[in-house]
Design a protein around this ligand. Structure first.
Ligand SMILES: NC(=O)c1ccc[n+]([C@@H]2O[C@H](COP(=O)([O-])OP(=O)(O)OC[C@H]3O[C@@H](n4cnc5c(N)ncnc54)[C@H](O)[C@@H]3O)[C@@H](O)[C@H]2O)c1
Length: 503
């Protein structure tokens, strides 16, 4: 087999649609000759024209030297038939997402390509094993899962089926690097890495909504301002399209034998059934105008209807909480005077559980989430039967520091705590299943989903013991195994080990 860095390492691309064009483009800019084929007459030539147009735009933007554009384009050959792949070192398939179409294509390719040619599929959901099953030489078949748009999205998942040999995966990783991508090696598993790891963010947002804790606009604002996510789960679902993310949720959950960790909610399905797919249909979780701008998005900010409280009782000492109160100019009472608001910063407990455990008066208890960034927005939470005047007196004091306040109903883990802990827990489970190396799980979710931190890094950020505690409280309070802690998390928390510790 030719070395991946040799100038004439030849890449074949089957399917000249959105993904095939992108794969061809990054192969060309990686300096490799490319053969492009499409079953539709004129499809490959049309795809090549689109690639050429994008290369020209790269020159305009200074991303490709003018002198290089001609030779780069000249490396692309449009093929009339699959026979043109006979001399390729690797063939990457990016045709319709249909198992039978892919299987038949792989069988045809096997009869044409050299014995040392690797064949990769860009499937987003089909098991590599199902495609390889019909092939003679399954050791050279793997997944090479790019993200859309390919030239922009740096990540490529290199997926090994049960029979893919390690050398093939290593060659495809090197090829990914030559294409300017960041390869991450993953085992064949439903949703691979990104589409599995990404389930926690959206489904936990939906679950919080289902429990009546908060509305989508509140959950989104907390995720952005406190969790540093570029978008909240509801905005994200509306952008990617509920026609895409609802079926993916269903498939991944079913493939994992209906693991409750991966369950979505009936409301998600309802939007799907109603054809409210998000931006593309002008309605989803939010409403949009013709240009895709949100129409009258509800405010996530709480407007307190009380004067700021000058005195408060701190139910359980917490450094971050005390610092916040001091910034707000609040004096902390040494003992409960029976009238001042009582504040607390529970970890994984809802206000009800906290009040019951500490004997704090639940009517005056206002819980504050201090686990994520509180510099822009603060989440306050109260138990059923709480006195709105106490909550608003606390909220007013916090608003007085220049921060926004989001007021929510009782929830184990507020919003940011539980969403972040769920992402961390699922990342830990992926590590426990050995689907990818711990560092690669972080890398893949940051690059593939724009997460501010990878799932295991989120566990470190929250604290490994604290993440376990949040999960344990969530499980105990809700009685739902959706929240059962991953063994990976539990063992590292109990032993006081860093979350990335292998083994
Ligand atoms: N679009 C995405 O966001 C995305 C992301 C990751 C992976 N994928 C996967 O990549 C693959 C391609 O997706 P796409 O969005 O580029 O689709 P697309 O519909 O834009 O393009 C598919 C192309 O394949 C051609 N084709 C179909 N059957 C063929 C065959 N037997 N031989 C040769 N060409 C054939 C079609 O004519 C079409 O041009 C799918 O498996 C998809 O699941 C898509």
């Amino acid at each position: 087999m030719k070395a991946v860095d040799s100038p004439d390492f030849r890449v074949g691309v089957v399917g000249a649609g959105a993904m095939g064009q992108g794969i061809a483009q990054v192969s060309l800019t990686g300096g490799m000759p490319v053969v492009l084929f499409d079953a539709q007459e004129g499809g490959a030539a049309a795809g090549a024209e689109k690639v050429f147009g994008r290369l020209d735009r790269m020159v305009e933007k200074g991303r490709l030297a003018e002198a290089d554009v001609g030779p780069t384009k000249a490396r692309l050959a449009v093929a009339e038939s699959l026979e043109a792949f006979a001399d390729c070192d690797v063939v990457i398939e990016a045709v319709f997402e249909d198992l039978e179409v892919k299987r038949s294509l792989f069988q045809q390719l096997e009869a044409i390509v050299r014995p040392d040619c690797l064949i990769a599929t860009n499937t987003s959901s089909l098991p590599i094993a199902s495609i390889a099953r019909v092939c003679e030489r399954r050791d050279r078949i793997a997944g090479m899962h790019f993200f859309n748009p390919v030239p922009v999205m740096k990540l490529v998942e290199i997926i090994s089926g049960p029979e893919t040999n390690a050398e093939a995966a290593a060659i495809l990783s090197a090829l990914g690097k030559r294409m300017g991508r960041v390869p991450v090696e993953v085992k064949d598993s439903p949703g691979f890495l990104v589409n599995l790891g990404g389930r926690a963010f959206t489904t936990e947002g939906l679950r919080i909504q289902q429990e009546g804790v908060a509305a989508p606009a509140q959950i989104d604002a907390v995720c952005r301002d406190c969790g540093h996510f570029r978008m909240g789960p509801f905005e994200l679902m509306d952008l990617t399209g509920i026609d895409v993310n609802y079926p993916v949720s269903q498939i991944v959950c079913a493939e994992f034998q209906h693991d409750p960790r991966l369950r979505t909610t009936p409301h998600h399905k309802l939007l799907y059934e109603a054809g409210r797919f998000g931006r593309k249909t002008a309605a989803g979780h939010y409403r949009y105008d013709g240009s895709g701008n949100m129409v009258d998005p509800p405010s996530p900010d709480h407007e307190p209807d009380a004067a700021p409280a000058a005195q408060m009782v701190v139910a359980e000492v917490n450094e971050a909480l005390v610092a916040l109160l001091s910034e707000a100019g609040v004096s902390i009472l040494a003992a409960d005077d029976g009238t001042a608001p009582i504040v607390a910063a529970p970890l994984g407990e809802d206000s009800t559980t906290f009040a019951a455990r500490t004997d704090a008066d639940h009517r005056r208890l206002v819980c504050i989430d201090t686990t994520a960034d509180t510099s822009k927005r603060i989440t306050v939470m109260t138990a059923p039967g709480a006195d709105p005047a106490s909550r608003d007196a606390v909220a007013a004091a916090l608003v007085g520091t220049g921060r926004k306040v989001t007021a929510i109903q009782d929830s184990p883990g507020f919003i940011a705590q539980r969403i972040r802990a769920m992402i961390a827990n699922l990342g830990c489970e992926i590590a426990q299943m050995g689907l990818a190396a711990p560092k690669d799980i972080d890398l893949a979710l940051q690059l593939g989903l724009n997460y501010p931190l990878g799932p295991l890094e989120i566990a470190e950020d929250l604290g490994v013991k604290e993440t376990l505690s949040i999960m344990q409280h969530l499980q105990a309070i809700t009685g739902d195994d959706r929240y059962r802690p991953s063994l990976w998390l539990r063992r590292r928390a109990l032993l006081g080990l860093p979350i990335h510790t292998a083994g």
